[in-house]
Each structure stands twice: as structure tokens, then as C-alpha cells.
Ligand binder design. Structure first.
Ligand SMILES: Nc1ncnc2c1ncn2[C@@H]1O[C@H](COP(=O)(O)OP(=O)(O)OP(=O)(O)O)[C@@H](O)[C@H]1O
Length: 242
């Protein structure tokens, strides 16, 4: 089985002395290529830290983070930046689009930053894959929240990344726009054969994934395959009561 991301005994500690917090405690987890994983857990359980370490935005204190065949610890900061730009896509709760640029210009940005001029066909492909080709000339302020998030997904897809990390991608959306975004993320896996790793608090959002990993105190405490929203909600309630 090909792995998109493999976390091997990853430990991340913040602070020292009385303020010392172990955000990730000897955590191991494999994310298969072409899978959709939801990361859940109570507040402070280490979800954001896991995303940051897996995406090469932060370095663990010990353990290994493998992105396909690359051990991130072997890369210097410039190499990490390059790897993130070329092989990783990000989608955030707050969309993080540039308001002065049109949808098409936002989508072009990752390739421009990489020193490559995107063709119109590439931009059109990315916007078409999120159903927004006809909105190419619109600025974020002229789009709904759901449409802005779809532009953010198009921006993440244009580099054809190995892994797309999504941090609460539906957190700022109403139910029906949220559902459209989740269906798109599902399509990123099923149609584009990419890997999606999504942090969410929402059991319905997590039910779109193939697997839900549950974190508590920086450890994986449960893994649920073929998850259903009601079972996820029950599991979360039990974790929060611990
Ligand atoms: N930069 C930091 N400095 C000190 N402690 C930190 C830092 N970042 C995170 N922590 C601590 O590490 C632990 C894990 O934090 P993390 O943000 O990964 O949790 P989370 O599961 O994403 O939480 P939430 O759902 O509230 O966003 C928490 O106890 C947090 O207070």
C-alpha cells in the first residue's frame, strides 16, 4: 500500500517547566495514498499540531514524518518550502483568498509563486473541477462563502498536490454550502485520486471521510472506518467526557 503521509513515533512538546505541554505523544499513523481521513478530538488534543507537523509547517521534537518517500527531517527550510508549494495543498476555515484578485488570479497564484506561468487551460481545469468556471472573473467579495471555499480548493488543486490538508474547511459555512465543499473534497479523492486529511469538529463532515482518527492528549485513541455521523458523535461525546 502506497502511503501519502506516514507519521512514525512523532512527539511534539511546547514550552518547558510548568508550562510544558506534550501536544503529540509518540504518535504513529499511516495515511494511505488516495484516502480521505478526518482528524477529530477534543479541544487541545493535538489536531492542529498534527496537521502542522504532517504538512512540514512545524518540525516534531522526535520521530519521523514521511511525505511519500521523503523524510521531512532531511530537508532544509528552502527545500521544505518548495515541497509544500509543489506537493501539498491547503484549505483553511477562513478561505484565505486574496480579496483584490479575481478567482482565476487566486487560482494562478501557487504556480506563479513557483516560477511558472499557468496556462489558461490549467486555470480553467481547476475552476471547472469545482464548478466555478463561469465565476473566473469574480473577486472573493462577489462570491458566497461556499463559492470562496471552492475557489480555495481549486487553488489547492492546480499544483496537483499529493496531499490536500483541510483545517475546518466547513467551519465558516452554512449546512448546504458545507455539504457542497465536502462533496468536492470527496471528489478530490475519488475522481482526482489525491489524498485528503481534514481536521473537523463536525461529525457530519467527518462522515464523508474513509477513516476517522480520534485524538486525545496527543495520542490516537480510536480509528473508525466507514464512519457514520451518529457513531462519530457518540464517540466524540465519550472522549469529551473523559
Ligand atoms: N505554540 C504553542 N505554544 C504552547 N502550547 C501550544 C502551542 N500550540 C499548541 N499548544 C498546546 O498544545 C496542545 C495541542 O494543541 P492543538 O492546537 O494541536 O490542539 P487542537 O486539537 O487543534 O485544539 P483545538 O480544537 O482547540 O483547535 C494544547 O494543549 C495547546 O495548548
Amino acid at each position: 500500500m502506497d502511503l501519502a503521509v506516514d507519521l512514525r513515533s512523532v512527539t511534539k512538546v511546547y514550552g518547558s517547566g510548568a508550562a510544558r505541554v506534550t501536544a503529540l505523544a509518540d504518535l504513529s499513523f499511516s495515511f494511505p495514498a488516495g484516502s480521505f481521513t478526518a482528524v477529530m478530538g477534543p479541544s487541545g488534543s493535538g489536531k492542529s499540531t498534527l496537521l502542522q507537523c504532517a504538512a512540514g509547517l512545524d518540525r516534531p521534537d522526535s520521530g519521523q514524518v514521511m511525505l511519500t518517500d521523503v523524510d521531512l527531517a532531511t530537508l532544509n527550510e528552502d527545500q521544505l518550502t518548495l515541497l509544500r508549494r509543489e506537493r501539498i495543498g491547503f484549505v483553511f476555515q477562513a478561505f484565505n483568498l486574496i480579496s483584490a484578485l479575481t478567482a482565476a488570479q487566486n487560482v494562478r497564484l501557487p504556480l506563479l509563486l513557483g516560477g511558472r506561468t499557468p496556462s489558461d487551460a490549467e486555470v480553467d481545469w481547476a475552476l471547472t473541477s469545482v464548478g466555478l468556471a463561469e465565476r473566473a472573473a469574480h473577486r472573493p467579495g462577489e462570491l458566497s462563502g461556499g463559492q470562496q471555499q471552492r475557489v480555495a480548493i481549486a487553488r489547492a488543486l492546480i499544483t496537483k498536490p499529493d496531499v490536500l490538508f483541510a483545517d475546518e474547511p466547513t467551519g465558516a459555512l452554512d449546512t448546504s454550502s458545507g455539504r457542497e465543499v465536502l462533496e468536492l473534497l470527496r471528489g478530490v479523492v475519488d475522481q482526482h485520486h489525491r489524498t485528503v486529511i481534514m481536521v473537523t469538529h463536525d461529525p457530519v463532515a467527518a462522515s464523508y471521510a474513509d477513516v476517522v482518527m480520534f485524538l486525545a492528549d496527543g495520542r490516537v485513541v480510536d480509528v473508525m472506518r466507514d464512519p457514520a455521523a451518529d457513531r462519530i458523535a457518540t464517540r466524540m461525546t465519550n472522549l469529551e467526557r473523559r
